[in-house]
Design a protein around this ligand. Structure first.
Ligand SMILES: C[S@@+](CC[C@H](N)C(=O)[O-])C[C@H]1O[C@@H](n2cnc3c(N)ncnc32)[C@H](O)[C@@H]1O
Length: 332
């Protein structure tokens, strides 16, 4: 087995038959297989409606001491107000997938509270949204964190290319609480229809674990072309679109959790290269002021990982297995 497979097996294997559904947090480190993630890693028994939300609620008190921002703390409290989900089966191509409350809220990427660090950093840099504010999540992966925003009266839009999502979340776009969730599927901003649907006037453009250098501009040949994220447009056009969809002063936050990088004599792991895919000058040319660039956030990421139980028995050794970077830019 090569190192890449080892890494994949290590992380994926942690979820197999695990009694702890939240070890699925390890998926945040698994290399995505763009547009066709691995299905069927969920526990054999579907989660009872309400049980996953009850477990997520217990995470709030563990994570809260690691969070500074009052708005981020209020957002975290919303996890306990997520609605119950009845298990059901859906078909993706010729595959039948069991969708339970765990898959519905956490997808394959773990607790929605893993977004708390990215929101906290945005808040540190002035993100303090009031009702009606708009947030865009590039590569949203799952709906839990977006619904939590909507419950607070915000309008949350997520875009993704994963074919499971439009089926699993069919009928989930629309008003929720005093806010809304809008789920877009396809390649943004390459697809003009998605640009129109997304609109503009956003306060925050967020990418967690999606805009990684290793996915966009890998430094080595990826093992599979499916390990690459195709933006569908040149970097300049992508960044200009992000600028034009943000309000003046709006923030662009890129936050990436990563496993360790592979040694040069081992197969390349694109998802381990979590630095920003765009140089500072490219942000500036597109009309951004770069506030923080490629800041190493390993200590804080490991603290959050510990609070979320990623180092539970059979899980990660956080000091050697978890790394993180973030970049924050502000539209001038
Ligand atoms: C590692 S997951 C992260 C999911 C979520 N942001 C999180 O942190 O839990 C990366 C996501 O990016 C999505 N993705 C891949 N290519 C994309 C593209 N061109 N546009 C939007 N999303 C994309 C994948 O389908 C996947 O859901």
């Amino acid at each position: 087995m090569n190192q890449s497979e080892n890494v994949g097996r290590l992380w994926i294997g942690l979820t197999d038959g695990s009694p702890n559904r939240f070890l699925t947090g390890v998926f945040l480190l698994v290399g995505i297989i763009c547009g066709s993630s691995v299905y069927g890693q969920e526990a054999a028994e579907p989660a009872a409606p309400g049980s996953v939300v009850a477990e997520l609620q217990q995470e709030i008190d563990k994570v809260r001491p690691a969070v500074q921002g009052p708005w981020t703390k209020l957002w975290m409290d919303e996890v306990g107000r997520l609605g119950k989900v009845e298990p059901r089966k859906i078909n993706i191509g010729d595959r039948e997938i069991l969708v339970d409350e765990s898959l519905f809220y956490s997808g394959r990427y773990g607790s929605p509270l893993a977004y708390s660090r990215a929101f906290d950093l945005a808040e540190k840099h002035g993100f303090a949204p009031s009702k009606g504010a708009k947030i865009f999540d590039f590569g949203y992966g799952s709906i839990g964190h977006l619904r939590m925003l909507a419950q607070m009266g915000l309008n949350a839009t997520g875009v993704d290319v994963e074919p499971l999502l439009p089926v699993m979340y069919d009928g989930c776009s629309g008003p929720l609480g005093e806010g809304s969730v809008q789920l877009l599927h396809g390649r943004y901003p390459a697809d003009e229809k998605l640009i129109e649907a997304a609109g503009d006037g956003y306060d925050l453009f967020l990418s967690k674990n999606t805009l990684k250098r290793g996915y966009i501009h890998p430094s080595r040949e990826p093992v599979s072309p499916r390990h690459i994220i195709q933006l569908g447009v040149k970097d300049e056009a992508f960044l200009e679109r992000v600028t034009s969809m943000l309000k003046p002063g709006g923030l662009f936050v890129i936050y990436n959790f990563c496993p360790p990088k592979a040694a040069m004599d081992k197969p390349y792991i694109p998802w381990a290269e979590g630095e920003c895919p765009f140089p500072v000058e490219a942000f500036e040319r597109a009309g951004f002021e770069v506030v923080e660039y490629d800041v190493v956030d390993d200590k804080e990421a490991r603290d959050l990982g510990h609070r979320l139980g990623w180092d539970a028995p059979g899980g990660m050794k956080l000091e050697t297995d978890l790394f993180a970077w973030y970049t924050i830019a502000r539209k001038k």
